[in-house]
Design a protein around this ligand. Structure first.
Ligand code: C2O
Ligand code: CU
Length: 481
């Protein structure tokens, strides 16, 4: 079928850039200027656009009714018009705010010229029937009903929705189809914000440019970075407050290594998993991942930015080509008022832990890239995705241990639907505190071991969340019954 991809093949295909920009040595102290550019082809200075948040819909009496209409729309990105795919004319789509135990009833009214569907990324809900069923296709002009019933013990946190029709996921997400889902808890804060981070590329007329075939092999990265659909917006805040920032990496392929210099940042959780709160300087979000941050505001001006991440080969210090997520400024933050001593850390939440549990079954799974007759192939265990083949058959209710290895020249973010994964070994050993993720980065040449409870029965998928790779076949089918 196909042979494994060698380093030489990768170089020839331009997957591993031979350019010589040092990523490790970037001066992270520099603010405004230095290596931090806003977006290629865009302004190097703040755009003057104001920070806004997506409209939101809140559940009532345990119930949320949503009608979502994906269609082409003319959108203002903050001083720049673009023709994008939008849910209800908005990029991002409206945020859903729900609570554990709620029921979400959705009508997806497809007004696109192509099939679509919806996936509720990270939600611990059934993948069957009208649930989180990515095998469904909603044709143009069709209205389809979905029902998501959250269990009463559903973890709180930030989740999201996006299309999931194999072969067009990257194109549809890149063009603007994504929205946030907040499962609320009772933490009291002065502000509770959603920040949906995304990227895209436009031509001179404001139409989406999907990128060359070669860019898509590595995973396309957009030239323009957006925060809630705005280019480099300015967020004004008051000093001495505790602001909760729920941050989503909705980029198609770009890794974000977030930092907010000069502010007190406490990490409360990653994806749907709670962590013992701790101060952090950085938070690495592979595509699809989320960070739950508590920002203790300190007066002054700063930027939310990404320090950059080399998701290539491990050719240390070298980057270029398309396998590097470069450093960039995402938003400006201006804090005014009187500083106050930092607030006490919120208490550590109780967290489930499978480290002491003996798994009922163990499996080894490997990301694979190869050279086939028609070009490069992407898959797991040497096979490309096939919707009618079940790759992993599990017994429902069991505890699974999966070791996911990555012998390819690129990092791949591993995403499993329905069942959150506890990271048992991230490649460097066991994380200090139980870490529940739904996207786990597996570095090139590395391996990660996870455990999960296959507690909700059904047939669903796992895949690389570099969505171009998923569309190219880096996806498998798993069934618990
Ligand atoms: Cu966010 Cu299967 O995807
Ligand atoms: Cu990948």
């Amino acid at each position: 079928m196909s042979t494994p991809l060698s380093r030489r093949d990768a170089l020839r295909l331009g997957l591993l850039g031979a350019g010589a920009v040092v990523v490790g040595g970037v001066g992270l102290g520099a603010v405004g200027g230095g290596p931090f550019t806003a977006d290629r082809g865009g302004p190097l200075v703040p755009t003057g656009s104001r920070f806004t948040e997506p409209a939101h819909l809140r559940s009532q009496d345990g119930f949320l009714r949503v009608r979502l209409e994906p269609a082409w729309a003319e959108v203002d990105l903050g001083g720049r018009r673009a023709r994008l795919l939008a849910y209800d004319g908005q990029v991002p789509g409206p945020t859903w705010r729900v609570r554990p135990g709620d029921r979400i009833e959705l009508t997806l009214a497809n007004r696109l010229d192509a099939p679509t569907n919806i996936h509720v990324h990270g939600l611990h809900v059934s993948p069957e029937g009208k649930g989180d069923n990515v095998f469904r296709r909603v044709d143009p002009a069709e209205d389809a009903d979905y029902v998501f019933q959250l269990p009463a013990d559903h973890p709180p946190g930030l989740f999201w929705y996006h299309p999931h029709v194999h072969g067009s996921v990257a194109d549809q997400v890149f063009a603007g189809l994504y929205g946030a889902i907040v499962v609320e808890d009772d933490l009291e804060v002065d502000a509770d914000r959603v920040l949906v981070l995304s990227d895209l590329s436009l031509d001179a007329r404001g139409r989406v440019r999907p990128g060359a075939a070669q860019d898509r092999m590595a995973g396309r990265e957009g030239e323009i970075l957006l925060v809630n659909g705005r280019r480099r917006p300015l967020l004004r805040a008051t000093a001495g407050r505790a602001e909760r920032w729920r941050v989503l990496n909705a980029c198609t392929s770009r890794y974000l290594d977030l930092e907010l210099p000069g502010q007190e940042v406490t990490l409360l959780g990653l994806d749907g998993g709670r962590l013992p709160p701790r101060r952090v300087e950085r938070a690495l979000l592979p595509p699809g991942a989320r960070a739950d941050l508590l920002v203790g505001t300190t007066s002054g001006r700063t930027q939310l930015r990404t320090a950059g991440y080399d998701r290539g080969s491990g050719m240390t210090g070298m980057m270029g080509g398309d396998d590097v997520s470069g450093p960039a400024a995402l938003a400006d933050l201006e804090v005014s008022g009187v500083d106050r001593p930092s607030a006490a850390m919120p208490p550590a939440p109780p967290v489930d832990d499978l480290t002491g549990v003996t798994p009922d079954a163990r499996r080894d799974i490997a990301f694979t890239m190869g050279m086939g007759r028609g070009g490069m192939t992407f898959g797991f265990d040497g096979r490309e995705f096939a919707a009618d083949r079940t790759d992993q058959q599990l017994r429902a209710g069991t505890v699974q241990e999966w070791r996911i290895s990555n012998p390819t020249p690129l990092d791949h973010p591993f995403h499993l639907h329905v069942w959150p994964m506890q990271v048992i070994d991230d490649g460097g050993g066991r994380p200090e505190a139980p870490q529940w993720r739904d996207v786990v980065n597996v570095p090139s040449g590395g391996a990660v071991t996870v455990r999960f409870r296959a507690d909700i029965p059904g047939r669903t998928v796992y895949h690389c969340h570099i969505l171009d790779h998923e569309d190219a076949g880096m996806m498998g089918v798993v069934e618990a019954s």
